[in-house]
Design a protein around this ligand. Structure first.
Ligand SMILES: *Cc1c(COP(=O)(O)O)cnc(C)c1O
Length: 393
């Protein structure tokens, strides 16, 4: 891990979207912890994704960062939205999204929530169960539907496991049933798992979609999901490599019968647009001979760093003492919860000079940080977000 940490640090110096954020933090000195999000970077990421996959419609996965200004910016750029709840539908509509640009992408939804979405004008829904087909036929009559197939692709840093999707054979049955009940059958979706570092993973989902098509179900649409990465400590393939892998798989499995495409990026749009500034609360050792210092930050797993669970995401850390002598550390959050430890197996090192009151900046924290931090567990408030950049849009 320490080797890849070094590589990432080198990469960071060549391409550093957080420079403007640091300037904002140093000028305005907001209280910590806080997330600063640069909307211009979100816009750049949107344009980069569109250039890499020009014929895919982009549905932003709102859960990655539901800040209203992010949604408003993306409405202005012509994006569509992947939502998981009535709350996210209301958020998108309030920021000016047209209902026909919203996809209800959660396979787990109450009948009442389907009815609510339909009443608000949402017309595109995912399903992966017979129960959902029945609910959709009843509460969203005539709506367009696609079926999520299960794809278990190694290489996701935060995998979905088996929670969503069904076997392709079942997808065939469900979509047939949906068609018979008057729903408009559009095709198939999958999600290879978030922060996926292997572009070839998409082939498995595309092959499954083709399998559904081969059984005679109309698959005019393939929703390639999210999974496109941000850059943490580990090097990741370029977006163009993902696009090339998708192209190859479409050619191989669909040939001339190329379907319409959707992607649902979350992390890839907002991840590197944000940086958290935290403060060191305490540095200590557990005994005089302890080889590791414990560094306690004012940000932890319950106020922004949820993706440190299982040490799934290894964030870069930056301090004003970088470059000086350093040593091994365990890094923990501020709450009285024994699980509020960020890194104890991942070999992090921090400067020996680091002391209480110093800042630790955490780049690439625009995704899955503030959105997970919604209750004041233990009296520590949810992560505050400051937005900079294209506010005028
Ligand atoms: C969370 C989610 C996404 C976004 O995934 P990323 O890996 O952040 O791009 C896309 N689609 C669905 C259905 C999701 O639940």
């Amino acid at each position: 891990m320490s080797e890849s940490l070094a590589t990432a640090v080198a990469a960071e110096t060549t391409n550093d979207p957080s420079a403007r954020i640091r300037h904002f933090l140093d000028t305005h000195r907001p209280s910590t912890p806080c997330l600063v999000l640069d909307l211009d970077v979100v816009g750049q990421n949107y344009r980069r994704l569109r250039a890499a996959l020009p014929d895919a419609r982009i549905f932003y996965a709102v859960k990655a960062n539901p800040h209203p200004e992010v949604v408003r910016l993306l409405v202005g750029l012509g994006a569509c939205f992947d939502v998981a709840s009535t709350g996210e539908i209301d958020l998108c509509l309030a920021q000016g999204a047209a209902p026909e640009t919203i996809s209800y992408g959660n396979t787990i939804k109450k009948a009442a929530d389907i009815a609510y979405a339909h009443a608000r004008g949402v017309r595109l829904f995912v399903l992966d169960s017979a129960q959902d087909v029945a609910h959709l036929a009843e509460h969203a009559p005539g709506a367009s539907v696609f079926c999520r197939v299960l794809v278990e692709a190694d290489g996701a840093r935060t995998p979905f496991g088996k929670k969503f999707g069904c076997a392709p054979e079942m997808a065939v049955e469900l979509l047939r049933e949906a068609g018979e009940r008057g729903l408009d059958v559009r095709g198939v979706s999958f999600h290879v798992g978030s922060q996926h570092v292997d572009p070839s993973a998409w082939e498995l989902g595309i092959a499954r979609a083709a399998q559904v098509a081969a059984a005679g179900v109309p698959v005019g649409l393939v929703n390639l999901g999210g999974g496109f990465p941000s850059t943490y400590t580990e090097a990741v393939p370029a977006l163009t490599e993902y696009a090339a892998a998708v192209e190859r798989a479409l050619e191989r499995h669909f040939g001339a019968a190329r379907p319409e495409l959707i992607i649902e990026p979350g992390r890839a749009l907002v991840g590197d647009a944000g940086m958290i500034r935290s403060e060191v609360v305490l540095v200590s050792r557990k005994s005089v001979e302890d080889t590791h210092r414990w560094v306690y930050l004012d940000v932890g797993r319950y106020n922004g760093m949820a993706e440190c669970e299982g040490e799934a995401i290894a964030y870069r850390l930056r301090t004003a003492h970088d470059g000086g002598p350093d040593g091994p550390v365990v890094i923990a959050g501020p709450t009285c919860d024994g699980d509020d430890v960020l890194y104890q197996r991942t070999a992090y090192r921090l400067p020996l000079a680091l002391a209480a009151g110093d800042h630790v900046d955490i780049p690439c924290t625009g995704a899955y940080t503030a959105s997970y931090s919604s209750v004041s567990f233990n009296g520590f408030p949810p992560l505050t977000t400051h937005v900079i950049g294209a506010k005028q849009i």
